[in-house]
Design a protein around this ligand. Sequence first.
Ligand code: TRP
Length: 327
Amino acid sequence: MTQRKRLLTGITATGQIHLGNYLAVIRPALEFQSDAECLYFIADLHALTKNKNAEQVRSNTLDVLATWIAAGFDYERHTLWIQSHVPQVTELSWYLSCCIGVGHLEKGHAYKDAIATGKEVNHGLLAYPVLMAADILLYDVDVVPVGKDQKQHIEFCRDMAGSLNSLYGEVLKLPEIHLEEEVMVIPGLDGRKMSKSYDNTIPLFCKREELRKKVMSLKTDSLPLEAPKELRGTLLGILFGCFSTKEEFEDLERRLAQGGMGWGHAKDELFQAIEREVAPLRERYEELRRDEEKLMQIAREGAERARSIALPVLSRVRRAVGLVEAV
Ligand code: TRP
């Protein structure tokens, strides 16, 4: 039998999670659980490069952690933790820092964009790829699944590992990139990509009534009730397709095409379909968010497991670079 591949990804903790995040990121990432060993963590240290609101950093971290568990992360078979709970990652990032040129890091997209737009750039932003490389290399990872926007970061990671290995021998395991070519683009209420910055999102865990209201405010054309309507390719159709079975989709498509059915009714069916999937998740989420002790218990166990992989790797690196062991 072949061993399960070890797969790792970091989850950034931004504010309120919406249906776009759920459909494009969370649901696909949870599917890896069936045939890989998943190591997922909430990247709270990375959040500090941008977010200086301590209370927000804290609550975002807990919200996102609870969201992933509620959505179906199996924390008994896989490992989920908060990045800063394995602080050894910052130690490894130091060793990697010493193996990459500043000029190389200055080619980073995020860094270059920040410079180009005249933003003040902190050292954490320049070093972001180094910490991210440490995230990966600390756990002897086989594969990192990422979207196109993260491809350069993984290449940097491989560069740093290669450079350290060429100096000290085969110490670090080079990860493969699993590039997600087409990350689904989920449209928001106005038809543009669902995004907080367009203020067109449907929150994943709002109250049932708010969810209904949001769905009812979805943009449609203004055809009269009697007119035959096309579902496929419309904003409503795309969202309905994400939550319905193929049969349900074809059924609604046929009824709309016959005429005599208004968009309002179709939206109600979309609401029902979303609610069917989201309601049990929402309940679990609210329970976890109410019981911080339980949430932290899960996080602690995750960090413990992560640490048990990380410590031997870190010892390997310490020895290789010539640090005197403190016994
Ligand atoms: N930079 C990633 C993002 O913005 C998050 C991340 C941090 C990550 N560390 C990682 C992803 C390690 C993969 C592997 O989405």
